[in-house]
Design a protein around this ligand. Structure first.
Ligand SMILES: Nc1ncnc2c1ncn2[C@@H]1O[C@H](COP(=O)(O)OP(=O)(O)OP(=O)(O)O)[C@@H](O)[C@H]1O
Ligand SMILES: [Mg+2]
Length: 358
């Protein structure tokens, strides 16, 4: 039977990696080869750190070899050269030879990337639904009294005895109008499923966005580089909403640049490997649109909050840009992902399902 071991290991849906007592790789099964983008021949005899990096589950393997105890690490990142990084659960169990002496370890690897991505989509959906409820609540509670306040202020303005009173009443009217405009923006969250799908040429939308940014003083802050994937076909989407999304992302990127030689890279890729569930069981490939800037980056401490409505670090920001962008992307059944390095830059990725016209 023992000569069948490689075939048995290859039949497992989990990855299996065997290391010797010195932490050198001995064998990988087929799934482990896929996860690590390599083969047993290429890595046999090499220390585990050389293959999976010094962090991640290599540490767990070393700990198991040193202590003789099993351990499980959840969702550790496996950096990969060709395809995107993976998240895996790694279960490390020490092995013993016939005499019961420690002799290497076996690592079970389970790819968690899909699960993590699904959880992220679920979180976004739940967040968007909660936001919708809050927004309609605000609509009801704030809109009505606002109308009353405006009317009363206009009356006061007409009856004002002095120029000073008139100016004060005018100020009230102006500020009420400002709140109403802000509320209009915010109310978008309350209207679910309001996008109108039509065939859209994504690159034309992006070019329109670049035209708008070019005539904006902000445009002078950085050089824009376009890398469009010509194989992306027309997709069903709401061009106006997408325009708003991309404009907000472009503005944020340019606003993050302090010197004049910043760059804003806008690239698109067809992602046949990354499929999005449209909610009816239909899974379609996706399109990634990346806005990558060389700006100030987002400090770790605020990264979780940037897409929360009204969160802003800018003196004149409303903090609605990213929240709206995320909302519209979620309405398209897409995902908005932010990666950032403080002081180096930020990449915001919009993943949209490639819905095709029937
Ligand atoms: N590309 C980026 N680089 C650095 N920080 C960013 C970037 N994008 C967003 N942020 C941070 O996230 C915060 C929220 O962004 P958001 O677009 O929601 O609001 P804002 O830009 O502050 O205001 P508004 O978009 O309403 O004018 C920003 O204040 C900024 O701190
Ligand atoms: Mg903004």
């Amino acid at each position: 039977m023992s000569h069948d071991l490689p075939r048995i290991l290859d039949a497992l849906v989990d990855g299996v990696a065997v290391v010797d007592g010195e932490g050198r790789l001995v064998r990988l099964n087929a799934e482990a080869c896929r996860i690590l983008e390599t083969s047993t021949e290429a890595v046999a005899g090499r220390p585990i750190e050389q293959v999976v990096g010094a962090g991640g589950f290599a540490k767990a393997v070393r700990a198991a070899l040193a202590t003789g105890a099993s351990c499980v690490e959840h969702e550790v990142r496996v950096p990969r050269r060709f395809q995107g990084d993976l998240l895996v659960d790694a279960a490390v169990a020490p092995l013993a030879d016939e005499a019961g002496q420690p002799d290497g370890a076996v690592v079970g690897l389970r790819d968690r990337t899909l699960g993590a991505a699904l959880r992220e989509v679920e979180r976004e959906r739940a967040g968007a639904a909660a936001l919708g409820q809050i927004a309609s609540g605000i609509a009801h509670e704030v809109r009505n009294p606002l109308g009353g306040i405006r009317g009363a202020a206009e009356l006061l303005e007409k009856r004002a005895a002095s120029e000073r009173d008139r100016a004060a009443a005018k100020l009230i009217v102006r500020e009420v109008d400002r709140i109403a405009a802000l509320l209009d923006d915010f109310l978008v969250f309350g209207r679910a499923g309001e996008i109108r799908l039509a065939p859209v040429n994504l690159h034309r939308v992006l070019d329109d966005v670049l035209d708008v940014l070019a005539v904006d003083p902000l445009g002078a802050r950085g050089r824009v580089e376009r890398h469009f994937d010509p194989s992306i076909p027309e997709l069903l989407a709401d061009a106006d909403r997408l325009m708003q999304v991309f404009l907000n992302l472009g503005r944020n990127a340019l606003e993050a640049m302090t010197d004049r030689d910043g760059t804003l890279g806008i690239s698109t890729h067809l992602r046949l490997d990354h499929r999005i569930d449209l909610g009816n069981g239909e899974r379609v490939p996706s399109v990634a649109i990346d806005f990558e800037d060389s700006g100030c980056g987002i400090p770790e401490a605020v990264r979780d909050r940037i897409a929360t409505p009204f969160f802003t670090t800018k003196s004149r920001g409303t903090g609605l840009g990213l929240a709206l962008a995320r909302h519209f992307v979620t309405q398209h059944s897409g995902v908005l992902q932010v990666e950032s390095r403080t002081g180096q830059g930020t990449r915001v990725r919009v993943l949209l399902p490639l819905r095709r016209a029937a």
